[in-house]
Structures are given as structure tokens and as C-alpha cells.
Design a protein around this ligand. Structure first.
Ligand SMILES: [Zn+2]
Length: 251
């Protein structure tokens, strides 16, 4: 790191758990954020400000006026522009040291697999089950830690799935594909604005911890937030030995 970086990240470097070594890991990292909406916004803010070297921001949507209530990466002037590019522009003002790669697409198939393979860590900040399962499959296949978040109405949840851990569950162990409750979308159901900030910020914290190699991650645990009563609950998530996505791993 150069002198400017040492200053910029000094309050991280002062933390004995992070120090120069941990910050250097963060600076060297490439992180894929799938979704630049309510969760991706705060997550990307903190990942970029905290010095992640390369942030790949993938979102096929354009900014809509109804997004601005909670999707804080985007400004009124960005309405009608691709979210990935709007996010890049905002993050460049916060930290020009962070290289943001905007992907104006809904990642799937080979493109998704290639981006997961190239990343050190993946954040699932999307809003639909199909993408969540596709991202999970790619992370299991490529052995990449996945920080998963969701927020709807006043309810939030966040978990880490780390295929590098022998007994670690994957997203599909917890929410088997095809058994989901009916998809509820923000467009119909509404979402409390700061809830997305709280969950997205936990995702950023877990990502930075994993990158720096510090603390205890949320792997194997699901945190549930009831924003109306402001209560967090924790559920242990066991690995499903019959999970079709991760069960053959290491066999
Ligand atoms: Zn699984």
C-alpha cells in the first residue's frame, strides 16, 4: 500500500485484528456483488470505502424512481440509467482506489460461473430465487464463500455459506430449490428502507471479515431480523447430507 492508502485505511489498520496484513488482503481482493439494489447498495458502499481492490457490480436493471427510497447507491439524476453504472459512478466518488466493474446484465450460466470463479467472495444481494440458487450452485462448484442477504417488509435475514468448511451447509440445504414459499417481491409487498441497510451492512461486515481472515463468520448460522420489534434471532443451519447441490462435494 502507498502512503495515501495507509492514511485512508488507517482506522482499519489500527485494529489489531486487521492491521496492515488484513487490510492488504482486503485491497488485493476481488468481490462479486450480485444485485445493486437495496442490499447491494450499502454492501457496495462499505466494501468500496473499506478498500476492496476490485468490486464487480452485476445488475441488469435500470434505476427507477421507486428504488430511491432505499437503494442508496443511486441518485435522482440516475433514474433511467443502468444500476451497475450508476453504482460505479457513486463509488468512484467515495474511493477511486476501488476498481468497480459494472456488469449491466442478470448474470446466469457461463457468465455467472466465470465471474464467481474469478472472485474471492460473492455477495448475493438479488431479489429472486432463481438467481439465488444459480449463485449458490456456482459458489459450491467453485468453492467460494457466499454472503447471502434478503429483506422484505420489516423482515430481514442474512447468512454465510462457506464451501471451504467441511460440514458447512449451502443455500440449498436451507432453502431447497422448488420448495420456496411463493416469491414475494418488493414491488408488491413493500420494504422498510433502513432494513435493507441493516442487512446489507451485515453482509459487508461478514465479507470484510472473511477477506481479512478474522473473527467467526456467520457460516452455519442464519440471522433473522424483525424490524418492527427490532429483534434478532439466530438459527443454526445444518448441512443436508442429501442436498443435491453440495452433497457430492469432497466425496
Ligand atoms: Zn447444500
Amino acid at each position: 500500500m502507498n502512503d495515501d492508502q495507509l492514511l485512508r485505511y488507517s482506522r482499519h489498520i489500527l485494529l489489531p485484528q486487521i492491521g496492515i496484513e488484513g487490510q492488504e488482503r482486503i485491497v488485493a481482493a476481488r468481490v462479486l456483488v450480485v444485485g445493486a439494489g437495496g442490499l447491494g447498495s450499502p454492501a457496495a458502499y462499505y466494501l468500496a470505502s473499506a478498500g476492496v481492490g476490485t468490486l464487480v457490480l452485476a445488475d441488469g436493471d435500470t434505476v427507477d424512481l421507486t428504488n430511491l427510497q432505499r437503494q442508496i447507491l443511486h441518485t435522482t439524476g440516475a433514474v433511467g440509467h443502468p444500476k451497475a453504472e450508476s453504482g460505479r459512478d457513486t463509488l468512484a466518488h467515495i474511493n477511486p482506489e476501488c476498481r468497480v466493474v459494472p456488469l449491466v446484465e442478470r448474470l446466469a450460466g457461463d457468465r455467472l460461473d466465470a465471474e464467481v470463479a474469478a472472485a474471492d467472495l460473492v455477495l448475493d444481494c438479488c431479489d429472486n430465487f432463481a438467481t439465488r440458487h444459480a449463485v449458490n450452485r456456482a459458489c459450491v462448484a467453485r468453492g467460494k464463500p457466499l454472503v447471502s442477504g434478503a429483506a422484505i417488509r420489516f423482515d430481514g435475514q442474512v447468512a454465510v455459506f462457506d464451501p471451504r468448511e467441511a460440514d458447512g451447509p449451502c443455500y440449498n440445504c436451507l432453502f431447497p430449490e422448488g420448495q420456496e414459499a411463493e416469491e414475494v417481491r418488493c414491488a408488491v409487498m413493500g420494504v422498510f428502507a433502513p432494513l435493507t441497510g441493516m442487512i446489507g451492512t451485515v453482509q459487508a461486515a461478514e465479507a470484510l471479515k472473511l477477506l481479512a481472515g478474522i473473527g467467526r463468520s456467520l457460516a452455519g448460522r442464519l440471522l433473522l431480523l424483525d424490524g418492527l420489534s427490532m429483534e434478532w434471532r439466530e438459527i443454526r443451519v445444518p448441512r443436508d447430507p442429501a442436498c443435491p447441490v453440495c452433497s457430492r462435494r469432497g466425496a
